[in-house]
Design a protein. Structure first.
Length: 171
């Protein structure tokens, strides 16, 4: 079984993914970490040196490699589901879980880490909410294709495992 966690940046996909994988006895994969390990460059440095389009092509390739894994929880990047056939691939390859947040809560979370987010680098604090709102509006239709949508601010591990079991043939 493959469980794909999707949602906007800073929604908790990596932290929750580690907990979920550990609880299930699954392997945890973070696409951004996999990118950085394989190419020996941070995502933010890649965006600066090259461009988003090049990153998205590599990201798609890494996503497609996840089909070779079983019993795995995969944290995708915030934009992963929104490019190419990625959301279709995710839905065909496993169970997708959207960690949904209120925009104001995401803004609070991002204020502390925005320098690590390539698409928010250099955005003045006064414009952050407008930028995040715009991006979420653009991505929402992809995120909402997830098999399961949960409130990111109130994650309940047992409840989410139950929802995943109900959506799959997994015991």
């Amino acid at each position: 079984m493959r469980i794909y966690l999707i949602g906007y940046m800073a929604s908790g996909k990596s932290n929750f993914g580690r907990l979920l994988a550990e609880h299930l006895g699954f392997v945890f994969l973070d696409l951004d970490c996999l990118f950085e390990q394989r190419f020996r460059i941070s995502v933010i440095d890649f965006f600066t040196k090259y461009d988003e389009a090049g990153f998205r092509k590599i990201e798609q390739s890494l996503l497609h490699e996840t089909r070779n894994h079983d019993d795995v929880v995969i944290a995708t990047g915030g934009g992963t589901p929104c490019f190419f056939d990625n959301m279709q691939f995710i839905r065909e390859s496993g169970i997708s879980v959207y960690l949904q947040w209120e925009i104001s809560a995401l803004i609070d979370r991002l204020r502390n880490v925005k320098l690590k987010r390539p698409l928010l680098q250099g955005i003045p604090a006064a414009e952050l909410e407008e930028r995040v709102s715009m991006q979420i509006d653009q991505r929402k239709s992809y995120y909402e294709l997830a098999d399961i949508t949960v409130d990111g601010a109130n994650l309940n591990l047992e409840k989410i495992i139950g929802l995943i079991r109900n959506r799959s043939e997994w015991p």
